[in-house]
Design a protein around this ligand. Structure first.
Ligand SMILES: Nc1ncnc2c1ncn2[C@@H]1O[C@H](COP(=O)(O)OP(=O)(O)OP(=O)(O)O)[C@@H](O)[C@H]1O
Length: 273
């Protein structure tokens, strides 16, 4: 469990980005947690606090009941527990060749080379980038780079994965692959925290949500609770997911995804269309 206790953060003293936030990720056995908020609401800042790159101005973060330690050893332990995939893949790609980049963190951990090769191969195949293994990273597309960045974190097999805008810049196929990957991670027992402006993606991928605005958690809950109020979403520059709109405006059952909705087609009747 990751617990934020009265956490505040500001980059300089002029503006508080996160303001006395207390919450527990994973307390209710959620597997995929969505952080929503408009541009500049502090989602990435929150993620950077969770992985110890930024340190709270006040308050603290506990991981499995232990406060984060900001020394070298403490941060190394934290990285094995919580992995982050940044919004901008270039921020976390170091090596020039795909397979070396993905192996980087494992080599730092001084694992046996044979084990490293096996883990790298498994992850590259899982993400469908095995054929790119010997390619220099600078020749990859944005979507391919994103997958390399994800691979570099997946090999660590951390309990928690933070995905900051994982669908940004991806085509519909890449978006669909990302959804499948999240489901695979959950099936593998891992937990995910993700942020995105793609409300339809968030709706389908996540089982619990936090809406961040003006430094506070404005709303939290399951999809039926958090997407219920269109005005609150609008005020935070977010759209209602289309499945919620169909439910609210046409009285259709609230479905978790399009397949669930289409499976109902013989049983639903829409008046006044
Ligand atoms: N390194 C920094 N120094 C000073 N201010 C920063 C820094 N990084 C971010 N900020 C400010 O902190 C606020 C929150 O930014 P952050 O990137 O966390 O928001 P976000 O919700 O992730 O936004 P987006 O949806 O655009 O990715 C913004 O006002 C931003 O300008």
């Amino acid at each position: 469990m990751i617990e934020l206790q009265d956490l505040s953060f500001s980059y300089d003293n002029s503006k508080t980005i996160l303001n006395h936030i207390s919450l527990s990720f994973g307390a209710q056995k959620q597997r995929v947690i969505g952080i929503m908020g408009h541009n500049g609401s502090g989602k990435s800042t929150l993620f950077l606090n969770l992985v110890g790159i930024l340190k709270p101005t006040s308050g603290q973060i506990l991981v499995d009941n232990h406060p984060i330690k900001y020394n070298k050893k403490g941060l190394r332990q934290l990285r094995r527990k919580i992995g982050i995939v940044f919004q901008d893949s270039d921020q976390q790609i170091f090596y020039s060749i795909v397979k070396d980049d993905v192996a980087f963190a494992l080599r730092n951990l001084k694992l046996p080379e044979e084990q490293i090769e096996k883990r790298v191969e498994k992850v590259l195949k899982q993400l469908d980038i095995w054929p790119l293994r010997d390619k220099p990273i600078q020749y990859l597309s944005g979507g391919q780079k994103k997958r390399v960045a994800i691979a570099g974190i997946l090999v660590l097999n951390s309990e928690w994965l933070l995905l900051d805008e994982p669908t940004a810049g991806l085509d519909p196929d890449g978006r669909q692959r990302m959804m499948i990957l999240i489901k695979q991670l959950v099936a593998n027992g891992q937990k995910v925290i993700l942020s995105s402006h793609d409300m339809d993606f968030m709706y389908e991928a996540c089982d619990y949500f936090y809406l961040l605005g003006k430094g506070h958690i404005i709303k939290e809950g399951t999809k039926d609770v958090v997407f219920d109020d269109e005005e609150v979403l609008k005020a935070n520059k977010l759209n209602q997911p289309w499945l919620i709109k169909l439910h609210q405006k046409l009285g259709l059952p609230l479905c978790n995804n399009s397949q669930e909705l289409f499976a109902l087609r013989d049983h639903i009747h829409v008046d006044n269309l």
